[in-house]
Every structure is written in structure tokens, then in C-alpha cells.
Design a protein. Structure first.
Length: 309
DNA sequence: AAGACGAAAGTGGTTGA
DNA sequence: TCAACAACTTTCGTCTT
């Protein structure tokens, strides 16, 4: 581990003890905050057409967290001829193939890397089923790698930890997904994912605040096929100061669902409480209760709702 | 008949002693 | 560890459109 720059200051605790860890991240040694990755500032000689590589060009995909070795690996091509173009003798060919096999084996050095190969496959599968963008997958993979290095996967299922990392990454990227949604696509249940999520966040000292209800609005609206005006109004309702007091201790999905329901009613669009409850994963009773609370907080008549002043 | 409403009982998670 | 508690769910009967 090398000290990168003693002028680098942690944005969380203001400590100056920021170093590069074993997976290339800038990590504050005092509070554990990950401040970013180290960047190679050297020139980038990429091959754009028919390059032989003789001039020192680089090629291949950019570094990715989604492969256990970052995608930065070398491969020995199958070869039938030597450097001069002459055919290899059978014994030379056997020797080459043996070397090639050994080389491939070195790509997975130990149990940690084997774990990562399985986990990153699962991560990609789960994120794919949930149609999550690449940035979320990369962040989830980064968190997972930290969890492996801190030995948090021991005694837990790989699937559970992967699901927890995806949940964390979604929350960090303001695309919150509920534990139920993730649980639907994972072999691990909601309970287990939630427990693992808490443990991993605590051990890695990652602080994630509760998702604001407005983060759920776009998805609920798209499930319910509501227009942008209705979605915008639901968000603006949730953005009002009066609503802040309602969210303490309450599930954000229930509040978001009620705001969407209210917004649809104001705009004269008929969506039953049942439909909204299915889209949001909460019951009609919860929507009714939050609906009444929002209406009274904003002084809206619940029977004939009008846009708030 | 479908949807909304509200009461009551049950469930699972959190908190504080 | 356990009891108390708040939030939420489930169920069911009644009311409204």
C-alpha cells in the first residue's frame, strides 16, 4: 500500500491519511471512505486500425470491476507454428499446450479469486434481470470486492452478499430498488438480503441514508403507465416541506405510492388503490393512510383533490 | 359489481432497559 | 435478552358509485 499524496484530504473526516489499497482504491485509513480510483496519467496509445502492437499501442476493453481480474489479463493464443512460420513438431506442440494450460490456470490464483468469478457472474445475471445500468453493476462489484477482502462472505451465501451489494449500489446511485424487488430475482429472500446489507454496510463503514420517496416515483408511474405531468406532480408533492414530517419512520414506498395516487386523481386519471398497491408493493390500507396524511398536511380535500397551493 | 373505506387482529422489525 | 412500541399487513364487513 502506498501513500498517494499527503495533500489528499478525506472529504468525510478531513483526515490526511488517504492511501491506495490493494485493489487500487483511494481509501481513508481513518474512516474507511473510498474516495476514488488511482488513474494512470500516461499517454494512451490505442490501436484504431490494423495495428500490430509493435509501436507500443494498447488494445482490448477498458478496466472493469465486473471481471475478477479487472479484464486486464493476458492470453496465450493456440499456436501451430513458431515465430518463423515453421510448423511446430508434435512434442513442441504438446509442450506449448501444457504451458498454455498452466498460464490459464494462473488467472485464478486463490480461493478469493474463485469466489469473485462466481460472484461477479451472479452479479451480472441479477443486474441483467433487473435491467440495471453498467455504472450500478460496477459499483456493486466494487463493494463486493471490498466485502471479500474483509472476509464478510464467509458464512453467508455468495448470492445473498451479491444481492445486498446491488441493493447498496442502487441506493448510492439514487435508483433505489426495494429488497422485495431484488429478492424476486435472487435465490435469497428479502430478509436475508436485508440482514446481509446491514452487516456489509456496517463492516465497510458505508453510510447510506434512507431512500427518499421521490426515488420510487418514476418506476411506479411507468408501471401504472402514467404520463410525465402526473409523475412531475407526484415528485413536486413529495418535495414539499410539509411532507418531510410524514416520512420519519414510515416506509418510503408507501408515501411514494400515495403521492402517485393523489397526483393521478388530481389529473383526473383513474388508477385504483389496488393497481397502485400492486405497482408499489404495499397494501391498499397503507396507501389510504398515507394518502389521508398527505392530504391533511397539504390542506387538500381528499374527496375532490386539487393541486396544492 | 367494483372500488373505497375503516376497524380489528396479527406480524416482523426496532429500541431501550 | 426481552418487553414495549410503531408501522405495516391481512381480513372482513359496510358504504358508495
Amino acid at each position: 500500500m502506498t501513500q498517494i499524496d499527503n495533500m489528499e484530504k478525506c472529504s468525510e473526516c478531513s483526515g490526511r491519511n488517504v492511501r491506495e489499497n490493494e485493489i487500487g482504491e483511494l481509501e481513508c485509513q481513518d474512516c474507511g471512505l473510498i474516495m476514488g480510483m488511482t488513474i494512470d496519467m500516461g499517454k494512451d496509445n490505442r490501436v484504431f486500425a490494423d495495428g500490430s502492437g509493435a509501436e507500443g499501442e494498447r488494445w482490448g476493453q477498458p478496466k472493469t470491476e465486473l471481471l475478477h481480474d479487472g479484464g486486464l489479463t493476458t492470453d496465450m493464443a493456440p499456436a501451430l507454428r513458431d515465430g518463423t512460420g515453421a510448423a511446430l513438431s508434435p512434442s513442441q506442440r504438446r509442450k506449448y499446450n501444457r504451458l498454455r494450460r498452466q498460464h490459464q490456470r494462473t488467472r485464478i490464483r486463490d480461493a478469493k479469486e474463485r469466489n469473485l468469478v462466481t460472484a461477479l457472474n451472479e452479479l451480472d445475471r441479477l443486474a441483467g434481470q433487473m435491467s440495471l445500468p453498467r455504472s450500478i453493476r460496477e459499483d456493486a462489484a466494487r463493494i463486493y470486492k471490498q466485502a471479500v477482502y474483509k472476509k464478510l462472505v464467509r458464512g453467508r451465501s455468495i448470492e445473498g452478499v451479491v444481492a445486498a451489494c446491488i441493493h447498496a449500489s442502487c441506493r448510492m446511485n439514487h435508483m433505489a430498488r426495494t429488497l422485495d424487488e431484488i429478492g424476486m430475482h435472487s435465490r435469497t429472500g428479502r430478509k436475508e438480503i436485508g440482514r446481509t446489507f446491514k452487516k456489509v454496510m456496517k463492516e465497510l463503514q458505508i453510510r447510506i441514508y434512507p431512500a427518499p420517496p421521490s426515488e420510487y416515483v418514476p418506476r411506479f408511474c411507468s408501471h401504472l403507465q402514467l404520463d410525465a405531468v402526473t409523475e412531475g406532480m407526484a415528485k413536486s408533492i413529495l418535495g414539499r416541506n410539509e411532507i418531510n414530517g410524514l416520512s420519519a419512520g414510515r416506509g418510503p414506498t408507501g408515501i411514494a405510492a400515495a403521492a402517485v395516487y393523489l397526483s393521478a386523481r388530481i389529473n383526473g386519471i383513474v388508477r385504483t388503490q389496488r393497481e397502485v398497491s400492486l405497482a408499489a408493493g404495499v397494501t391498499e390500507v397503507t396507501i389510504r393512510n398515507r394518502y389521508k396524511e398527505i392530504c391533511s398536511a397539504l390542506a387538500i380535500n381528499p374527496d375532490t383533490p386539487q393541486p396544492p397551493q
